[in-house]
Design a protein around this ligand. Structure first.
Ligand SMILES: C[S@@+](CC[C@H](N)C(=O)[O-])C[C@H]1O[C@@H](n2cnc3c(N)ncnc32)[C@H](O)[C@@H]1O
Length: 247
């Protein structure tokens, strides 16, 4: 990679990290509020679909860009996975740690290790995990292809990736209304409550630059994933993509 490209990617990463650090304390509240609690259902579905792919044994799952840990907890509590969670923003991980400790104690189970790390340079050796998840994280990476390749690298052969991300609404009238909400109302309300208008302006901007459903399928296939499929959630506001590292 050229030095200029590296500098651009480093600059992007530090801006994203600083932005999430600023909103970490209000992230969960705004997530649930602005999505009308749909985000919870979407993460539950990720856990369910991943379990279908991984089978019933206790899988080892890496939750990348775990943020405040909601998907990590879902995987831990609902599918009994041994979960490792990673993110490069310490304030987000601190919120996750406060939620995860009581949940682990209540269940009498092992905790979820929270590891500070960059999704483009994951601190794990090749073929470590049965499953890898990334929820609302992929679109934030400075390079989506390298991100997918890194997720592929840490998966065991036969292991599955689940990507939950905002996508392209597919119902025409609904799509228009949603765009108005997403690009106008959401940045306003998000900015008001979080104190960072730019963070909630970044959300629709980053989604508009992210590949749509079929393009993401193609990119996953390009890095080597097989059995790639997707499911639209809530009319395509979000989509869940699944793929397998070949045996
Ligand atoms: C929108 S939040 C999603 C958090 C969580 N997965 C969820 O479902 O709510 C995006 C997260 O991605 C993390 N992130 C963005 N770029 C990253 C990178 N290059 N490496 C690791 N984490 C990253 C941010 O710090 C933030 O916590």
């Amino acid at each position: 990679m050229s030095d200029t490209r590296k500098a651009i990617e480093n600059d992007h990463a530090s801006r994203v990290r600083d932005m999430f650090a600023t909103i970490a304390g209000r992230y969960d509240l705004l997530n649930h509020l602005l999505s009308g609690q749909m985000d919870k259902r979407w993460r539950r579905l990720v856990a369910k679909r991943l379990r279908e792919r991984l089978g019933s044994k206790e899988p080892v799952v890496l939750d990348v860009a775990c943020g405040t840990g909601d998907l990590s907890l879902e995987l831990f509590e609902k599918i009994g996975a041994r979960v490792v969670a990673t993110d490069f923003c310490r304030p987000m991980l601190e919120v996750a740690a406060r939620k995860i400790a009581p949940a682990a104690e209540a269940g009498g189970q092992r905790a979820i290790p929270l590891i500070e790390g960059d999704a483009l340079h994951l601190p794990f050796i090749d073929t470590s995990f049965d499953g890898v998840t990334i929820a609302f994280g992929l679109r934030n990476l400075s390079n989506v292809e390298r991100g997918l390749a890194e997720l592929f690298r840490v998966l065991k052969p036969g292991g599955s990736l689940a990507v939950l991300e905002f996508s392209k609404p597919v119902i025409p009238g609904f799509s228009f209304l949603f765009q108005v909400y997403f690009t106008k109302l959401l940045p306003f309300v998000g900015g008001l409550i979080s104190g960072s208008r730019s963070a909630y302006q970044y959300l629709p901007d980053s989604v508009s630059r992210f590949p749509d459903q079929t393009e993401l399928v193609a990119r996953m296939q390009q890095v080597g994933f097989e059995r790639v499929e997707y499911q639209n959630l809530t009319g395509g506001i979000a989509a869940l993509h699944l793929g397998m590292r070949p045996q």
